[in-house]
Write a protein that binds this ligand. Structure first.
Ligand SMILES: [Fe+2]
Length: 280
């Protein structure tokens, strides 16, 4: 089985600046490579309704299951910027819960492939463990450094501390891993599970902002289950990188923003360059 892996599609920001649309480009690459399953590791758009619409269309047009975990952008709620004009998002709406309406959201539980494999996953969050330890907990909690604000602070309303949210996803991931430990497993998160994928230092700004990329604990969890975890997929940093760590292959396969693309505005070429394949 050929499985495609891609994240950070950012369709609302990219479409209009590229051709064809990101969704159409992805469907044509899925057909060309004869993929049978797609994994999308978050950041489809800046609003859960457009993320849900995009995922539903992608599955319909590609004809294959598109597994998904939410990214931080999918969870944003910007006042007055709903996907439909006049929407009053933000009042009593929890985008994380709303996104569970998509049947292939891995937050609903593991996706089993035959009798040997399973895909597990969820959004993940951050607990500052990838930040430089010279900053205090208080400074990280501010999510602001020299005028620059980490936007989740403004647009994601968990009602809990980052650490609590990070632990919430740790517990959910652990429960999923435990339930499929007799299978070979692909773990999918949006945030990072390993320090290897943080922004390299020295970099004064990222010495601080790496704190908001993921959690060391997720990598420790993957290591604890390395009898079964063969692949660990993440997104978030807009990298394209694939490395073996211990017995697990870690992959970050982000499409990212058009301004970061290497193939100009040619969405098909860029999706071809970014999309990685897992062959089972
Ligand atoms: Fe992103």
């Amino acid at each position: 089985m050929n499985i495609g892996v891609l994240s950070d599609l950012h369709v609302d920001l990219n479409n209009g600046q590229c051709s064809p649309s990101v969704e159409d480009a992805l469907c044509s690459v899925i057909r060309k490579r004869k993929l049978e399953l797609m994994i999308i590791a978050g950041d489809v758009s800046n609003h859960y309704t457009s993320t849900l619409d995009t995922l539903t269309r992608l599955e319909r047009d590609s004809g294959i299951p598109c597994l998904f975990v939410p990214g931080n952008h999918d969870l944003w709620q910007k006042d007055g910027e709903g996907a439909e004009s006049g929407s009053d998002d933000g009042i009593g709406v929890d985008p994380y819960q709303e996104l569970l309406a998509y049947p292939h959201n891995l937050g609903n539980g593991p996706y089993l492939i035959g009798s040997d494999w399973a895909v597990v996953g969820d959004a993940g969050w951050y607990d500052y463990s990838f930040g430089d330890s010279s900053f205090s907990e208080e400074q990280f909690r501010e999510r602001t450094k020299d005028e620059r604000v980490w936007k989740d602070k403004l647009y994601v309303r968990w009602g809990h501390s980052d650490r609590e949210v990070s632990d919430f996803f740790y517990d959910r991931l652990k429960a999923q891993l435990e339930s499929v430990k007799n299978r070979q497993v692909i773990v999918v998160t949006h945030t990072l599970t390993h320090r290897e994928f943080t922004v390299p230092l020295p970099n004064e700004e990222w010495r601080y902002f790496n704190a908001f990329l993921g959690s060391e604990k997720y990598g420790e969890l993957i290591e604890a289950y390395d009898d079964s975890v063969r692949y660990a997929v993440s997104g978030h940093v807009h990298y394209r990188k694939r490395i073996m760590i211990g017995r697990t292959e870690y992959m970050n396969t982000c499409l990212g923003y058009v301004r970061e693309w290497r193939c100009g505005a040619d969405a098909v070429a860029e999706v071809e360059a970014a999309l990685q394949t897992i062959m089972l």
